[in-house]
Design a protein around this ligand. Structure first.
Ligand SMILES: CC(C)(COP(=O)(O)OP(=O)(O)OC[C@H]1O[C@@H](n2cnc3c(N)ncnc32)[C@H](O)[C@@H]1OP(=O)(O)O)[C@@H](O)C(=O)NCCC(=O)NCCS
Length: 318
């Protein structure tokens, strides 16, 4: 068996056609294939994405997945940050007739061995929809996965916050956010966050809602970024840097009003260690174990510090 990076659009489209039944909900086959092409054409994917094929010697494809390079940082003893590359893995797929022969596991093992040779490699990250067991075999360790939900509330989104964030301010808003105080962490780029928004631009026509007019808000030193990013009509928080319970309340209040204005059914936030203690103080916020999208991390170098407190904001999902 060989691990091969797909080089042609035709190779990628063949995998799209096969995986339509898994991931094409709400879309026709044609719509799904064109969604995949559009997402691959997004600047972030063009620069950072690869499709990987596990092939028989004769070239027949046994399993496939995608990687997206993402920035990550190691913190040295004196606090200095060492930038590196991490790889988020998505769309692990084996055709139904080929399942149960260990092909997906082989793909994950061969891919990790390949990525370990990348010169600045730190870690690989994935979001399992099939539980931790299959990926644990290949060295991935699961992290806590909790969601917070808030209902929409009527009102002007910009009331009670300093500013609503517009599309052209996305990079500036991200740059205001505190980097995690962890020995190792992943950090998204503005283009990476826009890739999520691209998904929303594709889905909005199918959902009976509108695209949120704002992308987030700031109040005091705190910042939130959100969007319509999936086939669920909800306002998803991509990043949250809340410096106090009052500022968390204000920012999430703005999110609730933006959800209402856009016709979305709720606000969704992924819990992170830095804001976990503030969220129980936010009026109307409820916590639930996440169903799917279980973050799992595998070191790609032996000295990578491991911590259950590694933050995984929704903005890192692929
Ligand atoms: C998940 C998937 C990639 C596994 O492919 P595969 O080549 O059969 O994988 P392997 O043979 O290496 O491993 C199979 C293991 O995955 C487990 N698995 C497959 N689907 C599962 C599911 N929905 N929930 C939990 N475990 C699942 C099998 O039970 C099996 O576990 P076992 O060996 O301990 O019994 C394949 O079932 C698939 O393409 N599913 C649809 C797409 C999908 O859900 N991809 C994963 C997204 S995170």
């Amino acid at each position: 068996m060989r691990l091969v990076a797909a080089t042609t659009e035709e190779q990628k489209t063949q995998r799209d056609v096969l995986s339509y039944s898994e991931w094409g909900k709400l879309l026709t086959l044609e719509g799904y294939v064109s969604r995949e092409q559009r997402l691959r054409a997004h600047p972030w994917a063009r620069a950072n994405m690869h499709t990987w094929l596990l092939c028989e010697e004769d070239g027949a494809v046994l399993a496939s997945c995608e990687t997206f390079r993402t920035d990550s940082f190691l913190r040295s003893q004196n606090g200095a940050l060492l930038p590196g590359d991490s790889f988020s893995i998505a769309s692990v797929f084996t055709e139904e007739r080929l399942r149960g022969h260990g092909y997906a596991t082989r793909l994950m093992d061969m891919l990790a061995a390949r990525l370990e040779h990348e010169p600045r490699a730190h870690a690989s990250l994935l979001f399992s929809d099939v539980g931790p067991r299959i990926y644990a075999r290949s060295g991935y360790r699961e992290l806590p996965a909790w969601n917070w939900h808030l209902s929409p509330t009527p009102g002007a989104p910009g009331e009670h916050v300093d500013l609503l964030t517009r599309e052209e301010d996305l990079g500036r808003a991200l740059a205001r956010m505190r980097l995690p105080d962890a020995p190792f962490f992943f950090w998204p780029s503005p283009a990476q966050l826009d890739w999520h928004l691209e998904r929303g631009r594709i889905y909005v026509g199918h959902l009976g809602c509108s695209l949120p007019q704002s992308l987030g808000a700031t109040t005091g030193q705190s910042t939130i970024l959100w969007g319509l990013v999936s086939r669920t009509a909800e306002l998803t928080v991509l990043m949250l840097d809340a410096r106090s319970p009052e500022e968390a309340q204000a920012l999430l209040g703005a999110a609730r009003r933006e959800a209402s204005r856009s016709g979305l059914s709720r606000v969704l936030l992924w819990e992170e260690p830095a804001h976990a203690s503030l969220l129980p103080l936010v009026e109307g916020a409820t916590r639930a174990a996440r169903d799917g999208s279980l973050p799992m991390v595998r070191p790609l170098r032996p000295d990578l510090p491991s911590s259950p407190l590694l933050p995984i904001p929704r903005g890192l999902w692929v």
